[in-house]
Ligand binder design. Sequence first.
Ligand code: MG
Length: 155
Amino acid sequence: MRIGIGYDIHRLVEGRPFILGGVNIPFEKGLLGHSDGDALVHAIIDSILGALGEGNIGILFPDTEERFRGISSLELLKRVVDRFNFKLVNIDAVVICEEPKLNPYIELMRRNISEITGLPPGRISIKPRRKEGLDETGKGNAIEVMSVCLLEEVV
Ligand code: MG
């Protein structure tokens, strides 16, 4: 068994889609980033890479490379799943987001991540939290995500 932790933060700006967990959520602002900016999937990827001891998302998919511009982060997750031998046991994530309300979209996010990882939705936990107006994230200027995963190595 191996455990991994991932963290990500993206600025929220106008003129960008708001994509989290592969769900395009209607909102006046979106996550800034080289890819689609999906901070939840980025944190999950980093937790898996952490558990595997295989570096981090910036090494595998550099934001300086044109071929990753605007790419779906679910596609990046798929590449990690295809490239390394492992079996996930569970994922648990906290998404710190002042607005919009994420609860209506959590099931869709779990389903998207389930489809890519093969992990049943019941083993994928995504918990939205607010920061009560504190700091930049709490003021609605960024989204932060923390994720842990447990996995078995497949020999
Ligand atoms: Mg990121």
